[in-house]
Design a protein around this ligand. Structure first.
Ligand code: NAD
Ligand code: TYD
Length: 353
């Protein structure tokens, strides 16, 4: 079959990337989807077993920082579009090892931009370089009624958000300097199936299941804005097809939760679905020293995306969290496979267990 587009999706074996790959492979049999991933600790091909044999899907194991290899991949698969998700993504790891974050998130993005610039030709009518970023580049909000909009000044505080901010600047600079057809989106915290259990929601579900303590930073008062991952993938689909070149869109579901309130919902849901009496796991909550530079509050204003492109989240949070908890409880083997070995050592060191 002759495909109408050849889309490179980077980081497709990770949490969000796997949902984006699944959506595109199933929805667009006329596109060739090339999933390029280094398979770091966060990349897991078990996230994609349901689509791995589809005729429009190819997996390439590679490091985005290897510029020569990126040129080869672009040529070999005649890549005409990029959806770039590959990154180091965990704030706590960035505090311990900022170099890896600069390398992957900044140099890796630059390597992909440069490959696209060298191989695509103006006026780029069938090309698009879509960079997936985070709301964390905007810094932090107070406990007031303000939101991050597309015009909010960048003010990153963690090595993770600083590296993502830097990559966003490079992407926009490639439009300004070379006319490369770029788009950037900044999304709030995602939750849902296939998230690596170093992030709050899967970590806590797994810990409750195993009756392990739940390490809450500071007083648990920080606020995050949570979006179901499939809704993020849907937004990426809409923006990839209808978004304006050189534009930025914020993605979020107007769904703010104070950490401790969210944790109580998770505890209640896990206990109920496991058939334990309400309150069983409340005592697992353990307040620990706050994360360094811990941003107080994130909240995304996604009205531009709604007004211009008609996207809205499809799922209410109550339904999303229920589905998510159920998925992790039903997929114990997936969880056990990634929480053994190296990860266990890392986790024990991280929380001084
Ligand atoms: P993740 O850590 O689950 O997955 C990242 C993927 O990138 C993994 O499969 C990993 O193997 C791959 N990768 C890492 N380094 C690579 C390299 N050098 N070369 C090729 N592949 C490499 O991350 P995620 O949570 O799915 O996030 C995906 C993207 O979305 C990131 O760019 C992140 O900044 C952004 N984002 C995440 C969230 C969130 O809540 N998770 C919110 C907004 C934006
Ligand atoms: P996380 O899932 O790491 O996402 P991010 O730091 O990108 O927002 O953390 C979400 C919130 O939960 C954040 O405020 C930090 C807090 N948190 C804890 O209190 N304990 C934990 O063990 C983790 C992983 C996070």
């Amino acid at each position: 079959m002759k495909f109408t587009r050849s889309i490179l999706i980077t980081g497709g074996a990770g949490f969000i990337g796997s949902h984006v790959v699944r959506l595109f492979v199933n929805k667009y049999p006329e596109y060739h989807i090339v999933n390029l991933d280094k398979l770091t600790y966060a990349g897991n091909l078990a996230n994609l077993t349901d689509i791995e044999d589809k005729p429009n899907y190819t997996f390439v194991k590679a490091d985005i920082c290897d510029f020569g290899l990126m040129l080869d991949v672009f040529k070999k698969y005649e890549i005409d579009n990029v959806i770039h998700l590959a990154a180091e993504s965990h704030v706590d790891r960035s505090i311990k090892d900022p170099f890896t974050f600069a390398q992957t998130n900044v140099m890796g993005t630059l390597s992909l931009l440069q490959a696209a610039k060298e191989l695509w030709t103006a006026p780029y009518t069938s090309n698009r370089f879509y960079h997936i970023s985070t709301d964390e580049v905007y810094g932090t909000l107070e406990f007031d009624n303000t939101f991050f909009t597309e015009d909010t000044k960048y003010d990153p505080h963690s090595p993770y958000s600083a590296s993502k901010a830097s990559s966003d600047h490079f992407v926009r600079a490639f439009y300004d300097t070379y006319g490369l057809p770029t788009i950037v989106t900044n999304c709030s915290n995602n939750y849902g199936p296939y998230q690596f259990p170093e992030k709050l929601i899967p970590l806590f579900i797994n810990n409750i299941k195993h009756k392990r303590s739940l390490p809450v930073y500071g007083k648990g008062e920080n606020v995050r804005d949570w979006l179901y991952v499939v809704d993020h993938a849907r937004a990426i689909d809409v923006i990839f097809h209808k978004g304006k070149i050189a534009d930025t869109y914020n993605i979020g579901g107007f769904n703010e939760w104070k950490n401790i309130d969210l944790i109580k919902v998770i505890i209640k849901t896990v206990d109920r679905l496991l058939g334990s009496p309400e309150g069983t796991s409340d005592t697992l909550i353990t307040y620990i020293t706050d994360r360094a530079g811990h941003d107080l509050r994130y909240a995304i204003d996604s009205n531009k995306l709604k007004d211009e492109l008609g996207w809205e989240p499809s799922l209410q949070f109550e339904e999303g969290i229920e589905k998510t908890v159920q998925w992790y409880l039903d997929n114990g083997e997936w969880m056990d496979n990634i929480t053994s070995g190296d990860y266990q050592e890392y986790y024990e060191k991280m929380y001084n267990k």
